[in-house]
Design a protein around this ligand. Structure first.
Ligand code: THU
Length: 136
C-alpha cells in the first residue's frame, strides 16, 4: 500500500472512534514490516484517564497478535471527525512507539488528507528518550 492509501485507511477508521466526551476523533494506521496494517482509534471512558489513544490502540492490537516490527504510523484526527489540522501524537504514545521502534528509521506521519501530510522520525519527536536498552 502507498502512504496515500494508508492515510485513507486511517481516515476511514475515524468513524469508529469512541469519543462521547471530547468528540475529538483520532485514528491511526500502523504499518508493520511484514506489510500488515493495524488501525486503531481512541476509546474514551467515563472515568477520563482510562481513555486509550488511537496510536496505542493500533500498537497494542499488533503486539497482541505477535507483530513487533514496524515501518511507520499514520495519524489523523479532528473535532467531530473532521480533519482540519495535523494531529500530533501525545507523549505517552511517543513513549510506546519508543518501546518497539527504531528511533532513526521509524516514521510518524501526521496527515490532513492523502495528499497533505508531514513526516518525522521518532527521534525528532522524542529526543533524549529512555528505552529498552537503558534497562540492560
Ligand atoms: N488522542 C489520541 O487518540 N491520540 C493523540 O495523539 C492525541 C489525543 C485522543 C485522546 C482523547 O480521546 C481525545 O484525543 C482528546 O484528547
Amino acid at each position: 500500500m502507498t502512504v496515500e492509501q494508508v492515510i485513507q485507511k486511517a481516515i476511514d477508521a475515524l468513524e469508529y472512534s469512541y469519543v462521547p466526551y471530547s468528540k475529538f476523533h483520532v485514528a491511526a494506521a500502523l504499518v508493520a514490516k511484514n506489510g500488515d496494517i493495524y488501525t486503531g482509534v481512541n476509546v474514551e471512558n467515563a472515568a477520563y484517564p482510562a481513555t486509550n489513544c488511537a496510536e496505542r490502540t493500533a500498537f497494542f492490537k499488533a503486539v497482541s497478535e505477535g507483530v513487533k516490527e514496524f515501518e511507520y504510523i499514520v495519524i489523523v484526527g479532528g473535532m467531530n471527525g473532521k480533519v482540519s489540522s495535523y494531529c500530533s501524537p501525545c507523549g505517552i504514545c511517543r513513549q510506546v512507539m519508543r518501546e518497539f521502534c527504531d528511533k532513526e528509521t521509524f516514521r510518524v506521519i501526521i496527515a490532513k488528507s492523502p495528499s497533505d501530510y508531514k513526516e518525522f522520525t521518532l527521534e525528532e519527536l522524542l529526543p533524549l528518550s529512555f528505552g529498552p536498552e537503558d534497562l540492560v
